[in-house]
Design a protein around this ligand. Structure first.
Ligand SMILES: CC(C)(COP(=O)(O)OP(=O)(O)OC[C@H]1O[C@@H](n2cnc3c(N)ncnc32)[C@H](O)[C@@H]1OP(=O)(O)O)[C@@H](O)C(=O)NCCC(=O)NCCS
Length: 184
């Protein structure tokens, strides 16, 4: 199965594929401790890390999978963050299931942009792809992320203790999901 939604428009956002000229915009948030603390990827220490991220992203695009999206503010064209899926096409094809993730520039938080992007990506994915479950998990201390999951209509399934090892720390996580209505 190809995960190949090219772009999504919402009232305030354009959720689109990353481009080469996004390098500085990505680095601007991915290099900040605040943006990378609770994500699986390490903080970008130089633009080399951002280049490697773009290289991986374009490799997926070439194979026909759009796992990672740039989130752009329609009004100004600013790159304000990213939303996407853990790149696992096999899990999508075999189990009809994807895991969503996101990170936004600290300068653009507290405005509902992330929840708007997550909701739109869920809606389009259920509409266009044979996916019946989208899940998200967050470190139990990541209250902002948990609020996004709730605002996006996801339901809590539980708290999994000592579930992940991320950048050398053992994480307890909350698991949330949303199920496509009417799909078996
Ligand atoms: C997770 C993260 C994206 C959440 O950012 P955020 O700005 O809190 O989320 P949103 O963009 O959805 O904004 C929601 C906030 O905007 C407020 N808001 C303002 N205007 C709004 C509007 N028009 N619509 C909705 N909410 C609005 C909401 O009240 C809410 O604030 P609250 O959570 O204090 O109640 C951000 O904390 C982040 O990038 N963290 C680092 C990476 C990370 O942890 N990723 C998740 C890994 S699991």
């Amino acid at each position: 199965m190809k995960i190949n939604i090219k772009q999504i428009k919402t009232k305030r956002l354009l959720i689109r594929r990353f481009r080469k000229d996004d390098l500085d915009g990505i680095y601007d948030y991915a290099s900040r401790e605040k943006a990378a603390r609770y994500v699986l990827w390490p903080r970008h220490r130089s633009r080399k890390d951002t280049k490697a991220f773009l290289k991986e992203t374009f490799r997926h695009y070439k194979k026909g999978h759009t796992f990672y999206y740039a989130v752009e503010l329609v009004k100004t064209g600013a790159l304000i963050g990213s939303v996407g899926f853990i790149p696992d096409a096999e899990r999508a094809a075999v189990h009809g299931n994807l895991e969503i993730g996101y990170s936004f520039n600290p300068g653009y938080r507290g405005k509902g942009y992330c929840a708007e992007a997550v909701k739109a990506l869920i809606r389009e994915t259920f509409k266009k792809l044979r996916i019946r479950r989208i899940q998200a998990c967050c470190n139990v201390k990541n209250k902002a992320s948990e609020r996004v999951m709730k605002r996006a209509g996801m339901k809590k399934e539980g708290t999994f203790r000592k579930y992940m090892v991320v950048k050398g720390s053992i994480w307890d996580i909350h698991m949330y999901s949303i199920i496509k209505k009417g799909r078996k």
